[in-house]
Design a protein around this ligand. Structure first.
Ligand SMILES: NC(=O)c1ccc[n+]([C@@H]2O[C@H](COP(=O)([O-])OP(=O)(O)OC[C@H]3O[C@@H](n4cnc5c(N)ncnc54)[C@H](O)[C@@H]3O)[C@@H](O)[C@H]2O)c1
Length: 339
């Protein structure tokens, strides 16, 4: 079976993908610098998979370190998750975001090329669609980033398209994620944001568990059924399985790939809160506050291309997303490091 190098391997989405790759029979080498994750993730992965994780602590921008990883391991394909991901932070620290996200991809591709590895799956984002003109969003919709983080994803996609056009044999799987949420159903692996969560579900989870008093809902006058923003939430295990399907496709068939990974169904903030209250049997008190600049009414995927190209579709609904998130949050109220 093929060996897959995962960058950003101890992060939220990669750690779930690591487990699903092992379950599908792949060997995995993980790489991370723990800048936004905990070494405890490796202990959890060992217990859940029954295998000792093969792991390299390295910064993906460090050319010598990345080169050494390729020299030590036979790698058949790479899944590149390592990136900084806060939209707000990216507007204050654009150089750091470009250096890490674009610089990391360049360093990685250069090392891949030197070692004859030419298949890569890239974590892109629905944020590349900016303010969508039509819904659901298809892959051929116009793109346009509204912040440096989104720009790093658009530039990353472009770099990969150019490399694939220039170099025979290169294949890229560009995956545009919608809103990943939820956790592994064991409750032992999940999202553990540092500081104040940027995303809705981890914030709701921390209110439900009593770590935060109240949630702020940004605007209830959007053009949506209940006035709050509508997003396409996707269970992180469905997303992980999308990566397994993309790798399988790249390893079996020539050519590149660009697909949305979403469910095709949108839920409003108030619907998500109600589902979370039901799953947790806890109240989630909230206040309606002003809109956040840059937020849009609705965003949800057309997932048909991923289904056609990969035979993949999301199967876990909002209740499972909330139940699994709550299991993780209630078993690990302070995340990995308080374990
Ligand atoms: N979570 C989302 O809402 C979302 C949505 C769309 C796209 N994405 C993308 O998916 C990927 C994974 O996101 P996530 O939510 O799992 O984030 P995460 O922060 O949990 O995981 C990213 C991991 O990369 C590591 N990392 C960052 N820079 C690194 C570097 N220079 N060298 C080595 N390791 C480094 C971090 O330590 C972390 O473990 C990112 O590329 C992100 O932009 C995330």
């Amino acid at each position: 079976m093929a060996t897959i190098l995962l960058t950003g391997a101890t992060g939220y989405i990669a750690s779930h993908t690591w487990l699903e790759l092992l379950a599908a029979g792949y060997d995995v080498v993980g790489l991370d610098d723990f800048s936004n994750s905990s070494p405890e993730v490796l202990n959890r992965l060992a217990r859940l998979s029954g295998r000792a994780p093969v792991f390299e602590r390295a910064n993906v921008c460090d050319a010598a370190a990345v080169d050494a990883v390729f020299a030590r391991h036979r790698v058949d394909a790479v899944v590149h998750f390592a990136a900084l991901k806060s939209v707000g932070e990216s507007t204050q620290q654009p150089l750091r975001y470009y250096a890490n996200n674009v610089g990391g991809l360049l360093t990685l591709c250069t090392a891949m090329r030197a070692h004859g590895v030419n298949r890569i799956v890239f974590s892109s984002s629905a944020t590349v669609y900016g303010k969508p003109e039509t819904l659901p969003i298809r892959e051929d919709a116009a793109t346009g980033a509204t912040n440096p983080y989104g720009e790093t994803k658009l530039v990353g996609e472009k770099i990969l398209r150019d490399v694939c056009a220039a170099e025979a044999g290169w294949q890229a799987g560009i995956l545009r994620y919608f809103n990943p949420v939820g956790a592994h159903e064991s409750g032992r692996l999940g999202e553990d944001p540092r500081g104040v969560p940027n995303n809705l579900m981890p914030y709701v989870a921390q209110v439900a568990v009593g770590r935060r008093a109240r949630l702020s809902v940004f605007g209830d006058d959007y053009d949506t059924p209940d006035g709050t923003g509508v997003r396409d939430y996707i269970h992180v295990v469905d997303l992980a399985l999308g990566h397994v399907a993309a790798l399988r496709r790249l390893l079996a068939t020539p050519g590149s790939l660009l697909v949305n990974l979403g469910t095709g169904r949108g839920y409003s903030v108030l619907e998500l809160i109600a589902a979370y209250e039901k799953a947790s049997a806890r109240a989630v008190p909230y206040d309606i506050v002003a809109r956040r600049p840059g937020d849009i009414d609705s965003c949800y995927a057309d997932p048909a291309l991923a289904h056609a190209e990969l035979g993949w579709q999301a199967t876990r609904g909002l209740d499972a997303m909330c139940a699994d998130s709550w299991r993780w949050q209630s078993l690990n109220p302070h995340g990995f490091d308080a374990a």
